[in-house]
Write a protein that binds this ligand. Structure first.
Ligand code: GUN
Length: 288
């Protein structure tokens, strides 16, 4: 039987609907959650992602401000903008769209975002809390993957989860979240020996490597849950994931499409983190 196709739009819609009540409650207390996004340069994919985040902010009644900077922006100019946004009490969340143009130091910028505003969860404090299983901002795409597994009643406990990709944005935090859910986790990357065999041993296969159609049906165990986190623009202009969708759907039990799988969850979790940042600020102020 072909795989059930996971409906990311539906799951994201439910999360956003639940946020509406929290946003209304903040509004009653005179607060509108505010997300400041920083987009440097003119990468077409980044422009699309930021526009989509901006649209979702508007839909939900979150104030979305986009700072668009030229690709010639210097590290010091970017640092100055982050310092300004850190100090601005009307801003609850800060997001710097990655990748930054060549020559800019992404890690230096991630480290400078105030931990209370780190709604992308890429800063050292957020990542440290993740490692320590302490509350904190979770990176949006990995958190979205867990939400999809929950929505489709996939319990990672005791399962072999294979994560292909070791980025700070997806692979590393997702591995830790799956571990938190008691999966046995294997992280694969470009130097992994016998990758196909490792993938074939996965009960839950999560792929984030940015190579269209890389995961073929022979790399998938019959009945596996396959989560495709790749977003690749192919020559036709269409979006394709890292998984050979048509063939793998004949083998997997559950499969995410691209688009419409993990992508909508990334944005929903970003909105959730922004609302959480605003709620936390309100609580901190009340305690003072
Ligand atoms: N680039 C690709 N994914 C992401 C993301 O989740 N956040 C940011 N800031 N940049 C990205």
């Amino acid at each position: 039987m072909p795989a059930t196709i996971i409906d990311g739009k539906q799951v994201a819609g439910e999360i956003k609907a639940a946020l509406a009540a929290r946003i209304a409650s903040l509004r009653e207390q005179g607060i509108q959650p505010c997300l400041a996004a920083v987009l440097v340069g003119d990468d077409p994919a980044s422009q699309k992602y930021v526009a989509s985040k901006e649209r979702t902010c508007t839909q939900l009644g979150i104030k979305g401000i986009v700072h668009r900077l030229p690709s010639t922006t210097s590290q010091d100019e970017l640092r100055a903008l982050i310092a300004e946004l850190n100090a601005d009490a009307s801003v609850h969340g800060i997001l710097v769209q990655l990748p930054l143009p060549g020559g800019l130091d992404e890690k230096d910028i991630m480290e400078r975002i105030a931990p209370g505003k780190d709604v992308d969860g890429f800063g050292p404090v957020s990542l440290g809390h993740l490692v320590m299983d302490q509350p904190g901002f979770l990176a949006c795409t990995p958190h979205g993957v867990i939400k999809l597994l929950d929505a489709y009643q996939v319990d990672p406990a005791g399962k072999h989860a294979v994560v292909v990709g070791r980025s700070i944005i997806v692979g590393k935090p997702l591995s830790l979240l799956l571990l938190r859910r008691n999966a046995t986790v294997t992280i694969c990357h470009s130097k992994t020996a016998g990758l196909a065999e490792v993938c074939r041993s996965a009960d839950i296969l999560c792929v984030a490597i940015g190579k269209p159609g890389f995961i073929t049906a022979d790399m998938v165990k019959a009945g596996a849950v396959v989560i495709d986190i790749g977003i690749n623009v192919v020559t036709s202009g269409a979006l394709r994931g890292d998984v050979d969708f048509e063939r793998v759907r004949q083998k997997a039990s559950l499969l995410t499409p691209v688009p419409g799988g993990v992508g909508p969850l990334t944005i929903a979790m970003l909105m959730q983190n922004t609302v959480l940042a605003a709620e936390q600020r309100l609580r901190d102020q009340a305690q003072r």
